[in-house]
Design a protein around this ligand. Structure first.
Ligand code: GLN
Length: 541
């Protein structure tokens, strides 16, 4: 059993998650069984309670665990579904230790931060390895080397390496800036990061040097000399056009072979041909489409926060590549439509409208008017979770003529709550029990014959991942159905509405899902609903 720790030096946001996922893809393509673990240094027990504008998307696993978006990167690059043991935070680790202490499992011993916390981290890493039966387990340590918060996790890496010196590799992802006024690559920050890593008892075996440009031999030599590694083990990680190029670039520098050497594994040939073909297709769609993503979580100061919707964006890329389309996403702030309804006219120039998941009332009336505009103007529409609930509200108000139809999420006293809290959720909210208590993870969904959903999935039952508290109110289902809304997917007992759609004769494509199909889309296995949405969009203009 081999372990690779990936830690980041110099600064955050330089692609540690993608680097880890890419290492996974390379080693998997060599025939190894891989699993990947993400460690986040936060006290939050999981990512579910974090505001997406601060932390990015909350990614949901099959078993319902709410995690960091990097778990999504791992699943997409490895093409594997990962379990909750593969994600840990400081909060999760301490919660487990405190629970055990309360149960007298430490048998009267003093429970200490060191070694008991790193030992629990190692126990979890080994459990993840075992549950995946992995040859190689990747462990990404969140945060930056030198930060107080992640020292305890680096200590776990040190202890594991001390116990198994030949089975643990340490990879440091670093940043090599080219300051404008100097115009030259500067390696000093990387040297400091390496020393900082040494100070916690770890020596990098490999340094991935992220930089705006490829590293030259001179810089490689310099980093090697001052960071105490072989020049060949300094891997160039230049900025690339697409994240899907990263494994291919790493392989150019022989990263897979070098990792095998470090870990004492017999090297096998990497087969990245299908990946390469996909990576090329993500850049060269023959027909260009522009899709409007309408919502509210877009801006932070002057910057668009596309990280909040990373799985949606990637799912679109996967579907676009498979259909040979080039898709541009435009993020439209729904609050603008509330201020000035005439602005809705801008939607005419888009081939499709997508409303992703969300929470709360801000911008919702604007989204509902965008959905109405899409329905009335035959613009393909795809609603994910909140996007499905709001599609149902729009239909209820304007077609089924249920006046003031709303969701009780926005107005708890709404007379016509066509979207309402699920009964078991009412109790949880009353108790203030918010963490990890939504309807989470994979559930089966039964599909109805003769519907778009059934023909697209080409199956009568599918499993999809969920994250919601509210649902279509059972009291209005008959009325909505009579008015022409088709509930083409339901829970197997028929009680929960999972997919709503308009018939093909009435609209090019108008469909919403209570679940999040984006979580299951993979580069080489695009999600059929995303593919169908893009196919319809490409027909619409
Ligand atoms: N806010 C809605 C609910 O809780 C939708 C959630 C979502 O879009 N993920 O049901």
């Amino acid at each position: 059993m081999k372990y690779i720790f990936v830690a980041g030096g110099v600064m955050s946001g330089i692609g540690k998650g993608i680097a880890t996922a890419s290492i996974g893809r390379i080693l998997k393509s060599k025939g190894f069984k891989i699993t990947a673990i993400k460690i986040d240094p936060y006290i939050n027990v999981d990512a579910g309670t974090m505001n997406p504008t601060e932390h990015g998307e909350v990614f949901v696993l099959d078993d319902g665990y709410e995690t960091d978006q990097d778990m999504g990167n791992y699943e997409r690059f490895l093409d594997e579904s990962l379990p909750s043991i593969n994600y840990m935070t400081t909060g999760r680790v301490y919660q487990e230790i405190i629970k055990r202490e309360r149960n007298l499992e430490y048998k009267g011993k003093n429970v200490e931060v060191v070694p008991d916390v790193p030992l629990e981290v190692i126990r979890r890493i080994k459990e993840a390895q075992k549950s995946a039966n992995a040859d190689i387990t990747l462990v990404e340590v969140g945060g930056t080397i030198g930060e107080y918060q992640n020292i305890i996790f680096l200590e776990a890496a040190r202890m594991l390496k001390h116990q198994n010196p030949k089975d643990v590799a340490v990879v440091m992802l670093s940043y090599v800036p080219i300051p404008n006024n100097i115009g030259e690559m500067k390696t000093k920050p990387t040297q400091y990061a390496s020393r900082e890593l040494n100070s916690v008892g770890l020596q990098a075996d490999i340094i991935l040097a992220r930089s705006p440009l490829p590293l030259d031999e001179k810089r490689k030599e310099k980093i090697a000399t001052f960071c105490n590694i072989i020049p060949e083990h300094v891997i160039s990680a230049p900025d690339v056009e697409s994240i899907y190029d990263v494994p291919l670039n790493f392989e150019k520098d022989g990263l897979g072979r070098i990792l095998c050497e470090v870990l004492g594994l017999e090297d096998k040939k990497a087969n990245l041909a299908d990946w390469e073909e996909f990576a090329v297709k993500t850049k060269n769609g023959s027909k260009k489409l522009e899709i409007a993503v309408v919502g509210k979580y877009f801006m932070s100061g002057d910057y668009v926060l596309s990280d909040v919707y990373i799985s949606v964006i990637e799912a679109i890329k996967h579907a676009a590549a498979s259909e040979n389309l080039g898709v541009k996403l435009s993020y439209l702030d729904s609050e603008e439509y509330e201020k000035d309804p005439k602005k809705l006219e801008e939607l005419r120039k888009y081939s499709g409208v997508l409303v992703p998941g969300g929470f709360g009332g801000r911008g919702v009336e604007g989204i509902i008017s965008a959905i109405k505009f899409s329905r009335e103007n035959n613009i393909p529409y795809f609603g994910l979770c909140y996007g499905m609930q709001l599609m149902v509200i729009e239909f209820a108000r304007n077609v089924a003529k249920i006046e003031d139809a709303n969701t009780s999420e926005i107005n708890p006293d709404a007379k016509n709550a066509v979207i309402d809290l699920m009964p078991e959720q009412k109790e949880k909210i009353k108790r203030g029990d918010y963490g990890g208590t939504m309807r989470l993870g994979s559930y089966f969904c039964k599909l109805k014959e003769g519907t778009i959903a059934k023909s697209v999935y080409n199956s009568l039952e599918v499993s999809e991942r969920h994250r919601h508290r509210y649902e279509v109110n059972p009291n209005v289902i008959d009325k909505l159905t009579e008015a022409g809304l088709v509930f083409s997917g339901t829970s197997p007992d028929g009680k929960l509405m999972e997919i709503a759609e308009l018939q093909k004769q009435k609209h090019l494509f108008m469909l919403g899902t209570q679940f999040h199909p984006e979580f299951l889309s993979r580069p080489l296995r695009p999600h059929p609903l995303f593919v169908e949405f893009l196919k319809s969009a490409s027909k619409s203009n």
